[in-house]
Design a protein around this ligand. Structure first.
Ligand SMILES: Nc1ccn([C@@H]2O[C@H](COP(=O)(O)OP(=O)(O)OP(=O)(O)O)[C@@H](O)[C@H]2O)c(=O)n1
Ligand SMILES: C[C@](O)(CO)[C@H](O)COP(=O)(O)O
Length: 248
């Protein structure tokens, strides 16, 4: 069985969204912290051998104290975040063990992923070396200037919205970050593309939203009940190399 490390970036400043003055990964979504929802998806998987959460240095001691009960039951490493998301990932990547085959990077601010969707991305990454979920753009796309005037209608054919977890062979992601040269990439796939490696998209679900604003909390709260329920028999047979399932 391939061994995966999971990196959960949770070190952002959450400038677009504070809930009771708390940064979004630490706020509660339907009575459970966002970061816990995002982490528990991975921490109990048989194929996940290492879990790292990235926390801003300013939050580190507070985080360890506030979530001591949760952390007590999780074999999870806390790494300091950086100024940009890519800096945070780079810090965590340096701690990934050498016997890890694949690295999955999943925004702690995306608490609505479900197990079978993760299986699909993991399975595709095993086959291709690099995979990520995305959803096709379904609305018309406009480019707008700073006066809110439309300057262009962007052709939306073959445009997809990237999501996470983004999953890469460990050596590939290490090479991509080693050649980053300070590029402020907004996702990890961009760095892998930049070194010429194909990244395969797995069609995802629009329900796998990233909590960015307060409105997203309301959307996420209502979506939780709509998520596919976990198949109780699924965990008895972790995925093998069966044909890639389509997202339900
Ligand atoms: N320097 C950073 C920036 C972002 N993130 C994490 O990357 C994910 C996606 O980033 P985003 O949604 O942009 O979060 P913030 O940067 O906190 O949001 P904002 O831009 O509103 O400050 C989040 O889980 C965030 O905590 C991180 O670990 N380190
Ligand atoms: C990684 C990501 O979630 C893919 O859509 C997105 O790029 C994160 O961007 P952010 O500005 O750091 O939220």
């Amino acid at each position: 069985m391939s061994k995966f490390a999971v990196i959960l970036p949770a070190a952002g400043q959450s400038t677009r969204c504070r809930v009771k003055r708390m940064k979004k990964p630490f706020a509660e979504l339907n009575r459970r912290p966002v970061w816990v929802r995002s982490t528990e998806l991975f921490i109990n998987r048989d194929d996940v051998a290492q879990t790292i959460i990235v926390i801003s240095p300013e939050d580190r001691e507070w985080f360890k104290e506030k979530f001591r009960p949760n952390l007590a039951f999780m074999d999870i490493e806390i790494v300091d975040g950086g100024a940009e998301r890519a800096d945070s990932i780079q810090n965590a990547l340096a701690r990934v063990k050498s016997d890890i085959d694949f690295v999955a990077v999943h925004d702690a601010a995306r608490p609505l992923m479900v197990e079978e969707w993760v299986d699909d991305v993991f399975r595709t990454a095993i086959k291709t070396g690099a995979a990520m979920p995305a959803v096709p753009v379904t609305s018309t796309v406009k480019r707008v200037n700073d006066k809110n005037e439309i300057v262009e209608t962007v052709p939306r054919e073959n445009l997809w919205l990237a999501q996470t977890p983004q999953v890469f062979r460990r050596e590939l992601l290490l090479e991509a970050y080693a050649k980053r040269n300070g590029l402020i990439a907004t996702d990890d796939a961009q760095l892998v593309e930049a070194i010429g490696h194909t990244v395969t998209v797995v069609e995802g679900s629009p329900m796998n939203i990233k909590i960015t604003t307060g409105e997203d909390f309301k959307i996420a709260s209502s979506l939780i009940e709509a998520l596919p329920k976990k198949d109780p028999l699924r965990s008895l047979h972790p995925f093998q190399d069966d044909p890639g399932d389509q997202w339900r």
